[in-house]
Design a protein around this ligand. Structure first.
Ligand code: NAP
Length: 496
């Protein structure tokens, strides 16, 4: 266990709701932050009067420009702090110190928030916060890319060397990893939401996930760090599956989201031993859209499957060297073979021509299947079809060509939760004569394409099977251990 604390932040318009949230937060939190700025007029006093939490409380009354809910004048803020009502901890914004007001909290956090980015004078901000003699200084900056976290992480290292208690936060999805790993590296505290969907700042992780999925308080500086590198990591199931596997094997390892826009910068400034600016014990990455191909130029070695597919979804780091693999092909073919049997000469239609389709076609060819790619842009796809020596047809929902196939695979995003959810690449009528429908989309669990297949009495495989199979292979590559399928499947299913 490290010495860091988890603070659950509660925010509601009414005192009754705040008190309900405090009550629930007590089981998860070391400290509870009450965001008084969230309360409607007249409700603040009710909270002061009624709150009797078993856990130490932090009062916060933040104006909008510092991330608060509403506009609050300086006078209102001073009135609040001078009302004589005190919780054990208080979190003041730095500007209040300039007013000369007498603030008498028992324990004081002095904070600075920047919701735009990282201030150029971050070190000056830190020095000014230190000068307030607060017990703890807190700096929260907005990260738009993983590399935006470097300055705040360096500040944590500096504060540690000066024995200054600090809460360093990089907000946003790109900064999420700092919220998970900072306790292991000496931060005083990390903030968590009471539930997913109740975040009080961008990128906050729920307290339950911090404790049970990421084991944030059990990590230390020796913890091996793995992560998913992607353009948008907020929907990824990988942290849930991989952390379940690490937990099962009782490994001192954690898997975090790493939302990376600038891959070159990330590899240079955060990964490569010769050029990196901070020391994180990275041991491997899962790689997803849009970096599966562009990551290749950064690797020291590429395995044969990844080379043939031309895409990498797994990186292992050993002695500072980066090794690339692709587990999508095997992850795709295993559930298919289990459901269908021998694929030799089986006619398989692959709908879509992106990275996943490449892995599917490679695996199908290896099994001796006759694959045909269906793409919306034939010109763009010609080279791929030629490279793998497979057929190519136009993808269309009006098309009857699919009835000539035994297996149809959806490798487009159609059906994915969100704007594509009600779409399908093929209807029941089009696939009524096939033997098996396989959708790579895993969220939602049952897609429109799978429903179309079921209504035509066609057996189906959902995307979760591939998701788990490819993740299990990643675990084997990273740890050398057999991955726990039950735990990984349960973790993914619960999340979906
Ligand atoms: P990708 O590289 O972006 O390729 C997507 C393909 O779908 C492209 O060929 C694209 O056509 C086509 N497409 C996109 N929107 C379309 C639309 N509205 N109508 C018809 N075709 C459309 O993505 P990917 O990596 O191949 O992934 C494809 C899907 O598989 C995603 O939903 C992903 O979540 C899923 N997947 C699942 C697993 C798993 O483990 N279950 C693993 C990998 C991928 P254009 O080239 O013309 O744009």
């Amino acid at each position: 266990m490290n010495k860091g604390k988890i603070c659950v932040s509660v925010c509601a318009e009414t005192a009754d709701e705040v008190l309900r949230q405090i009550n629930r937060a007590e089981d998860l939190a070391d400290l509870i932050e009450i965001r008084f700025d969230c309360l409607k007029e007249g409700e603040i006093q009710k909270v002061w009067k009624s709150s009797a939490s078993k856990k130490p409380e932090i009062s916060t009354f933040r104006p909008k420009e510092q991330g608060g809910i509403k506009t609050i004048s300086k006078q209102e803020r001073l009135n609040f702090w001078n009302s004589g009502n005190q919780t054990l901890w208080s979190d003041f914004e730095m500007d209040l110190f300039a007013t000369g007001v007498t603030l008498l909290p028992k324990l004081l956090i002095c904070s600075h928030h920047d919701f735009e980015g990282t201030p150029k004078n971050l070190n000056d901000v830190y020095e000014r916060l230190k000068k307030t003699n607060a017990d703890v200084v807190k700096i929260a900056v907005q990260a738009h890319d993983a590399t935006d976290t470097i300055h705040i992480w360096k500040l944590l290292e500096k504060a540690k060397s000066e024995n200054q208690q600090i809460i360093p936060i990089a907000m946003g999805e790109s900064g999420k990893w700092t919220r998970i790993l900072s306790l292991a590296h000496g931060a005083f505290m990390t903030y968590a939401s009471l539930d997913a969907g109740r975040e009080t700042a961008p990128g906050q992780v729920s307290a339950q996930d911090l404790i049970e999925v990421y084991r944030a308080k059990e990590l230390n500086e020796q913890t091996e760090i793995y992560g998913i590198i992607g353009g948008n990591t907020s929907y990824s199931m990988s942290p849930y599956m991989h952390n379940a596997a690490f937990k099962f094997h009782k490994l001192n390892a954690v898997f975090v989201p790493l939302q990376v826009k600038n891959l070159d910068g990330f590899i240079r400034r955060m990964v490569k031993p010769e050029t990196r600016e901070i020391e994180l014990n990275f041991k491997g990455f899962a790689v997803t859209i849009p970096h599966k191909q562009s990551v290749i130029k950064h690797l020291d070695c590429l395995d044969e499957t990844a080379e043939k597919i031309g895409a990498v979804n797994t990186v292992k780091i050993e002695d500072g060297k980066l090794y690339g693999y692709n587990t999508d092909a095997q992850g795709f073919i295993e559930p298919l073979k289990t459901a269908y049997g021998d694929l030799k000469n089986a006619k398989v239609a692959v709908l879509g021509a992106g990275g996943a389709a490449r892995a599917c076609v490679y695996a199908l060819k290896k099994e001796g299947a006759e694959a045909t790619i269906f793409a919306r842009d034939l010109k763009k796809t010609e080279a791929l079809a030629n490279e793998f020596e497979v057929g190519l047809e136009k993808l269309s929902t009006q098309h009857s060509a699919l009835s000539a196939f035994e297996v149809v695979v959806n490798a487009t995003p159609l059906g994915t939760k969100g704007s594509f959810e009600n779409e399908t690449p093929a209807t029941a009528e089009q696939i009524k004569n096939i033997h098996l429908a396989y959708d790579l989309v895993y969220n939602p669990f049952e897609t429109r394409f799978l429903r179309e297949a079921k209504s035509a009495h066609v057996p189906t495989i959902g995307g979760l099977a591939m998701l788990i199979a490819q993740a299990m292979k990643q675990q084997k590559i990273w740890t050398g251990l057999d991955a726990p399928m039950k735990q990984m499947s349960r973790a993914a299913l619960e999340k979906i």
